[in-house]
Write a protein that binds this ligand. Structure first.
Ligand SMILES: Cc1cc2nc3c(=O)[nH]c(=O)nc-3n(C[C@H](O)[C@H](O)[C@H](O)COP(=O)(O)OP(=O)(O)OC[C@H]3O[C@@H](n4cnc5c(N)ncnc54)[C@H](O)[C@@H]3O)c2cc1C
Length: 348
């Protein structure tokens, strides 16, 4: 009989692990708390069908495992557009500084049709009956020779092995382990930073790339506006246009309508009144129950990512941590999510 493996979390790490297991004639059930796969990867389509990234967007030549997975799945990467005048706003009462990014620099890549394509391509390789959405894991209990996984919906899944592919702080706050995890482990879980938790990403869709026509790259860094960092978000085919970037943390307390108003005001002052007429504006504050735990004790970025205790197995070799925050290198990034999955796959 095939080993029963339950993967908690249907983000990049969980789906990569499920894909690797399936490819090697093993079976795994992916249990995902939210109503969609992808976790911190989420691509929207604008009304003009522009792929708009609310979550993970960029990668580079350093991300070898991600690049091979993209190739293996037949997906296409392309460089982030950066040609033209970029802007740096140091003070609100001074004009922005203008600079050019040299083309020779190592490029940042994006995925054609959006990062969600990676998630969809992985999910397509899995048997749909092995994916359970809207199913939050609440308990993992040692049971006879295996583990019993319980969900908020009252489901009980029997497993020989369980892999936790969710931010470690959520494993600590949302899942009751019986017997409990060693104290040293439960003590560190709230202090493992979830990369990008709390950040606010916005996307804008435009009918025309008015900034490119004025020789702007669309790249903006600001110390004084609501937009702190922004990039051109034109698609691979270069026929759908937009921007994406990050807002300053304080913007979380404004309504989305107010955030949009401030973003458009800042951009119109910098690049012209055309900025005031987008086809769409969306943003997302990444601080929901699928990312962040209320009892977290985090004081710095990447805190305890790749911690040695996350490399160990528990419950007599039946329970494992995966997910990008457990990766010893590139923890927090998409590359880390894939590395963590590969690492656990080799232990299965
Ligand atoms: C705004 C933003 C921008 C980013 N930009 C980049 C970038 O440009 N480049 C890059 O490399 N990385 C970026 N990242 C990071 C990247 O998104 C992550 O490294 C990667 O997606 C993590 O994958 P994961 O599978 O480890 O975790 P996640 O994507 O967090 O997946 C975990 C899954 O577990 C689910 N879950 C949570 N609790 C439970 C439970 N109790 N039971 C069942 N399921 C549960 C969640 O709903 C989620 O789907 C960004 C992240 C954000 C938020």
């Amino acid at each position: 009989m095939k080993e029963r493996i339950v993967i908690v979390g249907g983000g990049l790490s969980g789906l990569t692990l499920a894909y690797l297991l399936t490819k090697n004639n093993k079976e795994a059930t992916v249990v995902e708390a939210s109503s969609r796969l992808g976790g911190r990867i989420q691509t929207l389509k604008g009304s003009l069908e522009t792929p708009l990234e609310l979550g993970a967007t960029w990668f580079s030549d350093m991300h070898g495992n991600l690049l091979s997975l993209i190739d293996e799945l037949g997906l296409t990467k392309y460089p982030q557009f950066s040609k033209g005048i970029s802007l740096f706003q140091t003070k609100s009462f001074e004009p922005p500084q203008k600079f050019f990014v040299p083309e020779a620099e190592a490029p940042s890549y994006r995925l054609k049709d959006g990062t969600q394509n990676l998630i969809d391509a992985l999910a397509e390789k899995l048997n749909p009956k092995n994916i359970h959405l809207n199913t939050k894991v609440t308990a993992v209990t040692e049971h006879e020779n295996g583990l019993l996984v319980e969900t908020g919906q009252g489901e009980k899944l029997h497993a020989d092995k369980v892999v936790l592919c969710l931010p470690p702080q959520l494993a600590g706050s949302q899942i009751r382990f019986s017997p409990p995890l060693p104290e040293a482990v439960s003590d560190i879980l709230p202090s493992v930073q979830t990369w990008m938790a709390g950040s606010i990403k916005f996307v804008l869709e435009y009918a025309e790339p008015f900034w490119r026509k004025k020789d702007y790259s669309g790249m903006l860094f600001s110390h004084c506006g609501i937009v702190t960092e922004m990039y051109d978000h034109t698609n691979f085919e270069e026929n759908k246009y937009g921007f994406t970037g990050f807002l300053n943390g304080g913007a979380a307390s404004y309504s989305q309508e107010v955030r949009k108003e401030f973003v458009l005001k800042q951009l119109s002052e910098l690049m012209g009144e055309e900025a005031l007429h987008p086809v769409n504006y969306f943003d997302k504050i990444w601080s929901d129950e699928f990312v962040i735990s209320e009892d977290q004790t985090v004081h710095r970025p990447h805190q305890n990512n790749g911690h040695p205790l996350l490399q160990e197995n528990y419950m007599k070799g039946k329970l494992f941590f995966s997910g990008t925050e457990s990766a010893t290198e590139y923890g927090g990034y998409m590359e880390g999510a894939i590395r963590a999955a590969k690492n656990i796959f080799e232990k299965m």
